[in-house]
Design a protein around this ligand. Structure first.
Ligand SMILES: [Fe+2]
Ligand SMILES: [Fe+2]
Length: 372
């Protein structure tokens, strides 16, 4: 199922390649991280609102669907970490703790609990950092997109993302005892997206890839967790995120229609590089370092996981693959991206629902959240 030789000339399943990137971790004392933004800020003198009807509809929807992270969530909820129930995939849990080759085999209940808890803290920390990436990227889109309807919509997304950073930061600091630093694979991906001079690449990297994965991950965690504050927080965030991914799909369709084969190929490669960085970040090296587990052995064990047990890892691509299909990126040229998504075992999602209309189902004003 999984091919290890990629036309890029890299071995997709080489633990050393993944750990090499992990060494480029952030300076633990760094408070501000600067990234060069190479894009032009564009004014438009065409103020005609509603020329792009789908984007205009999304903008009007976003204005009606705002919520307040300070007052709409039950922050008084006590989160008891000792009684914390794991929110991981049961198949993965069994493979981690009981498989004969696992570095975690033989752990007692307390040690298992620690792995589950640290993995949970790590996941929510990466959500928080990813949300800040979204905040910066959408502020950039306000500047760089040439259409007034998209600037209006993106401005609402900036507010959404500020709220998401705020609630994940509050949750990790108040309820989990503080976050993990950003994962290097995620940081490099966010740096690349912000660094790129082409405005449509911000959309592809952030709105389609990072947000598509986040929407799937939030949905998984929302379904698994029994913690009422987190459950409600995720439900509210998902209401916004579904709009965000729709924004990416609706905007890029128009742009890609006018692209040459060579330009599309660059987008295919960018999408795959982003997918690989996101898959690799889920190896969560920081957790293994923190717990004193051998990172190489653990990353290798995770890469060796049989395809049928990787339900959660595959699920993360459940939104990305159909959205890439809708944009024509899967089969453009010689089907390069289809082959790559086949290599990493996620092509099965191509016919799932794309997110250009799905945001209506997620919307909290259309489908209100039941009181906690
Ligand atoms: Fe967000
Ligand atoms: Fe978002």
């Amino acid at each position: 199922m999984t091919m290890t030789d990629d036309p890029h000339g890299i071995d997709l399943n080489d633990p050393d390649r993944i750990l090499e990137i992990a060494k480029a971790n952030v300076d633990p004392d760094e408070v501000v991280h600067a990234v060069k933004d190479n894009a032009d800020a564009l004014f438009t003198w065409d103020y005609g609102k509603g020329q792009r009807a789908a984007l205009d509809k999304l903008y009007e929807k976003a204005k009606r669907s705002q919520w307040n992270g300070t007052t709409d969530l039950p922050w008084e909820t006590e989160v008891d970490l000792d009684a914390f129930e794991p929110v991981s995939d049961p198949l993965e849990t069994e493979y981690f703790f009981d498989h004969e080759n696992s570095p975690l085999k033989g752990m007692n209940e307390a040690q298992r609990h620690e792995v589950d808890l640290e993995s949970f803290k790590w996941s929510l920390s990466q959500f928080m950092h990813g949300e800040q990436g979204a905040l910066l990227c959408t502020a950039k889109i306000v500047e760089t997109v040439p259409w007034i309807d998209a600037k209006y919509y993106a401005a609402t997304q900036v507010v959404d993302e500020a709220r998401h950073v705020e609630v994940f930061a509050r949750y990790t600091h108040e309820k989990l005892g503080g976050p993990y630093p950003i994962n290097p694979h995620l940081r490099l991906l966010l740096d690349d997206i912000i660094n790129d001079s082409r405005w449509d690449m911000t959309y592809l990297g952030m709105q389609i890839m990072v947000e598509g994965l986040a929407l799937a991950a939030f949905g998984f965690m929302h379904g698994m967790t029994n913690e009422p504050l987190l459950k409600q927080l995720l439900r509210y965030v998902m209401s916004d995120e579904a709009r965000h991914v729709a924004f990416g799909v609706l905007s890029l369709q128009e742009v890609y229609d006018g692209f040459t084969a060579a330009e599309i190929r660059e987008r295919q490669e960018f999408a795959f590089d982003a997918a690989l960085r996101m898959r690799d970040r889920f190896m969560r090296q920081e957790v293994w370092q923190n717990l004193g587990v051998d990172e190489y052995d653990m990353v290798k064990h995770m890469l060796d996981m049989p395809w049928e047990l990787k339900a959660f890892q595959r699920l993360l691509f459940a939104k990305i693959v159909p959205n890439c299909r809708k944009l024509g990126l899967l089969d453009a040229g010689d089907g390069w991206l289809r082959d790559r998504f086949t290599d990493i075992g996620v092509i099965e999602f191509e016919h799932h629902e794309d997110t250009s209309e799905e945001y209506i189902d997620f919307d909290i004003t259309e489908n209100p959240v039941e009181a906690a």
